[in-house]
Design a protein around this ligand. Structure first.
Ligand SMILES: Cc1cc2nc3c(=O)[nH]c(=O)nc-3n(C[C@H](O)[C@H](O)[C@H](O)COP(=O)(O)OP(=O)(O)OC[C@H]3O[C@@H](n4cnc5c(N)ncnc54)[C@H](O)[C@@H]3O)c2cc1C
Length: 413
């Protein structure tokens, strides 16, 4: 329970920090956040790193780790206090995601995906939906899933075909979702469906979102997908066949679902960036340690300048990832519209962790290509960061759209 105490103390730490900063800039974490980092780091060393290889090989869902995270108070930390959660600030949530990402991004994704399902409810659901769906998360280590992507559309969310029709005080949902993290273990889903069949109606008015109990008749969960990396994370297709959902389960107003689903990413992309940053730090540590042990041409490879430059690039990019990740978290915490910084952080960290993971394999040479050494798992795990929660191309579209609008309006960025 030490984690629960520490994370509770970390609440409001940001505001205190902002008041104490005399220079206007303060990159230091509060003592509570430092303690939180130490707690999670210890947990990761003792409970995540030793089992990460096992879960990668077996592809088993990491239930034992998830249960321990829940006991420590390190799962679902963003849920508001009014619904039994810790209501932790975004910076603290990023600390948890970064440290878990250092240990194993497969396990981290399994845990952090709960936040992706919970965020739209926190943003837009009424009190009753929050009580019923968020309230249950505090009591037990149960999982949730964000079900938006479909076989036919991922980047183009407005192109999804799952539909919902209002019948009395219920909606009937039909359609298929794809690549849903936690799909096979979820207790409930956040679901986006088209409520207006008229293709001329804009996305902002054509979709409605729901919280849906996973045991509702008509929900069929597909097989666990076998992915390149993060293999213990549970990714599935979910089919909805005449699934009757009470209208009372709507998340936000009828027709507002698309906006709710998109706003969610402002809160969750910093957490994805944090996981990628954690993985980058792991690549740097693993590659640097190996370079100090492995000899070539009569000396440790760390003494070869070409190897040093690879490590220096990783170190520079790690520092930049940390800055952007925590800046994006702070923007959200301070209530500023966050999509620009969230996309900058998510895109940069995702691209840089892929560069670092490839170079980590390079530093290991032949051993980097082998499953007995850590580098190849890190490289397999890294790739997904450029794909889920919006591809790197989609992030650049978000960034460019806002950049162009600002320059048109103000004449500069
Ligand atoms: C392991 C995993 C877990 C996931 N978890 C979830 C989840 O929990 N919930 C959920 O809803 N979804 C989830 N997804 C889905 C994920 O968000 C999508 O895969 C992603 O958004 C990309 O969509 P897509 O696969 O349909 O690719 P597409 O949209 O078909 O894109 C294919 C390629 O084209 C590029 N592209 C597309 N449009 C443009 C454009 N206009 N300009 C430039 N390039 C473009 C893309 O960047 C990409 O490189 C997950 C996916 C994976 C693989």
């Amino acid at each position: 329970m030490i984690g629960r105490r520490v994370v509770a103390q970390a609440q409001n730490a940001l505001k205190v920090q902002a008041r104490n900063s005399s220079s206007g800039l303060n990159f230091a974490l509060s003592p509570e956040q430092e303690e939180l980092r130490t707690t999670v780091r210890k947990f990761v060393q003792e409970e995540v790193i030793p089992v990460a290889g096992h879960y990668d090989k077996t592809m088993e869902y990491p239930w034992e780790v998830v249960k321990k995270l829940h006991t420590m108070g390190l799962l679902n930390t963003e849920i508001p206090a009014a619904y039994g959660g810790l209501e932790l600030d975004m910076v603290s949530n990023c600390i948890i995601a970064e440290e878990l990402g250092y240990g194993c991004t497969g396990i981290a994704t399994a845990a952090v995906a709960n936040g992706l399902a919970e965020a739209p409810l926190i943003i837009a659901a009424n009190d009753d939906v929050k009580k019923r769906f968020l309230g249950r998360m505090a009591d037990a280590p149960i999982m949730a899933a964000y079900a938006v992507t479909e076989p036919i559309a991922g980047s183009d969310v407005a192109g999804i075909k799952t539909k919902c029709e209002k019948k009395g005080d219920e909606y009937v949902i039909n359609g298929s979702k794809m690549w849903i993290t936690n799909g096979g273990v979820a207790d409930w889903f956040f679901v986006l469906a088209r409520s207006d069949p008229d293709p001329k109606v804009s996305a902002g008015k054509a979709f409605t979102a729901f919280a849906v109990d996973a045991n509702t008749p008509g929900i069929h969960v597909g097989k666990k997908e076998i992915n390149m990396g993060q293999r213990c994370s549970d990714t599935r297709g979910i089919t909805f066949e005449d699934v009757r959902v009470p209208a009372a389960n709507m998340v936000g107003a009828h027709g507002e679902g698309f906006k709710v689903a998109m706003k969610t990413f402002d809160k969750t992309r910093p957490l994805v960036a944090a996981q990628a940053t954690g993985l980058l730090a792991r690549c740097l540590d693993v590659a640097t340690k190996y370079s100090l042990e492995r000899k070539a041409f009569g000396t440790e490879i760390a003494n070869h300048q070409a190897v040093q430059f690879i490590l220096a690039d990783m170190a520079m990019n790690l520092e930049m990832c940390k800055l952007m990740t925590y800046k994006s978290a702070l923007e959200v915490e301070l209530g500023r519209p966050g999509s620009y910084f969230a996309s900058v952080a998510k895109c940069f960290s995702s691209d840089m962790v892929n560069q670092a993971a490839t170079n980590c394999v390079q530093v290991f040479g032949g051993a980097g290509f082998n499953t007995e050494y850590p580098a190849e798992k890190l490289m397999r795990d890294a790739k997904i960061f450029q794909i889920y929660e919006g591809t790197s191309q989609v992030q650049r579209m978000v960034i460019a759209r806002q950049l162009l609008a600002r320059v048109k309006q103000n004449g500069c960025y």
